[in-house]
Ligand binder design. Sequence first.
Ligand SMILES: NC(=O)c1ccc[n+]([C@@H]2O[C@H](COP(=O)([O-])OP(=O)(O)OC[C@H]3O[C@@H](n4cnc5c(N)ncnc54)[C@H](O)[C@@H]3O)[C@@H](O)[C@H]2O)c1
Ligand SMILES: O=C(O)C(=O)C[C@@H](O)[C@H](O)[C@H](O)COP(=O)(O)O
Ligand SMILES: [Zn+2]
Length: 358
Amino acid sequence: MSELTRIAVGGDQPYDVLVGPGVLAELPALVKGADRAAVLYAPPVRAYAEQAAAHLVDARIQPVMIEVPDAEAGKTIAVAERCWDELGRASFTRNDVVVGVGGGAVTDLAGFVAACWLRGVRWVPVSTSINGMVDAAVGGKTGVNTAAGKNLVGAFYPPAGVLCATEALATLPAAQLLAGMAEVVKGGFIADPVILDLVEADPAAAVDPAGPVLRELIERKIAVKAHVVGEDLRESGLREILNYGHTLGHAIERREQYRWSHGHAVSVGLVYAARLGVLTGRLDEASAARHADLLRSLGLPVSYPADAWDELRATMSVDKKARGRALRFVLLDGIARPVTVPIDDEALLAQAYRDIAS
Ligand SMILES: NC(=O)c1ccc[n+]([C@@H]2O[C@H](COP(=O)([O-])OP(=O)(O)OC[C@H]3O[C@@H](n4cnc5c(N)ncnc54)[C@H](O)[C@@H]3O)[C@@H](O)[C@H]2O)c1
Ligand SMILES: O=C(O)C(=O)C[C@@H](O)[C@H](O)[C@H](O)COP(=O)(O)O
Ligand SMILES: [Zn+2]
């Protein structure tokens, strides 16, 4: 399976996700009509950003290279402001474009920079991590973190198209590759159980960037996300299912001051959500155990210190799904049967945490 795969995202502003090696060559076609393209990238992926720039130059589009701090350090309003200053210096107009090359952090930032500049210019995420390909780059959720928590400032702003540069997975550090698998597994639990079967059949093959299984998993998870965001871009209903595992996950990321990767935190969050599913009488014990077994088989964390609960609980109150004082959780009524449920029973929330804590 070496050719490019095209996955359509529907809705009012449809676009395609292209997956495969050599996909960077498709960039000029996506940004046709631009005079300039800001290429945002973090240092570890400079080589891919330079490749993107070379394709732009061939198409007579002037690249404006903007290096930003790596990972969550780049997802701040201060970094976004610096990018806007650079766009101003380069006299960016409404036919110019923003390209984000890297993992989910860079593409979240790039989309947000594009959404705000001149009230919105075209943008293209070029994704180089698993998390970015299967989740962050697809669906137009863009934004930055604030002191209170993850992604608290942002915009729903669909890209012109998404490029998933699978050849880049060869240089993705193994820990980051595994972290991305948490979002793949999430897709299995909320919508596509074949994902779960494939990982369980051979966890090592599932994370081999040179093998066919990982490519199938990536495409399956993109298809899940493409369907959901095509139906509900602005998260007014269905899209909430993509937040499975994130209510606790985001709180762990903040508590760790972003030294834990998003995927590791979401992995613990998935196990917690499954436990809540059991305690609310929705999910059977075997399906909950399947969460922990599967994530553990990939080397992902499935618990977190017991004494962290009070702090995590406080942070969870700023979760975007919360309404008033009530937290709302994505839970499962069974595999691939997600529901959003308000929970105001504090004792139950704490019990579920005690059950999974270390
Ligand atoms: N917008 C969304 O819908 C959405 C969905 C999921 C996650 N996210 C966000 O995405 C971020 C997590 O994304 P991530 O896991 O990609 O983390 P990341 O962007 O922080 O990347 C992880 C590390 O891998 C490096 N890297 C990326 N690709 C590489 C490559 N090919 N070779 C070498 N190094 C490479 C990065 O520079 C970084 O150091 C979080 O901020 C999360 O909130 C957003
Ligand atoms: O696309 C979505 O919708 C998601 O919830 C996907 C999540 O995996 C992703 O981490 C997203 O950035 C979380 O969004 P937030 O609105 O909870 O910040
Ligand atoms: Zn996520």
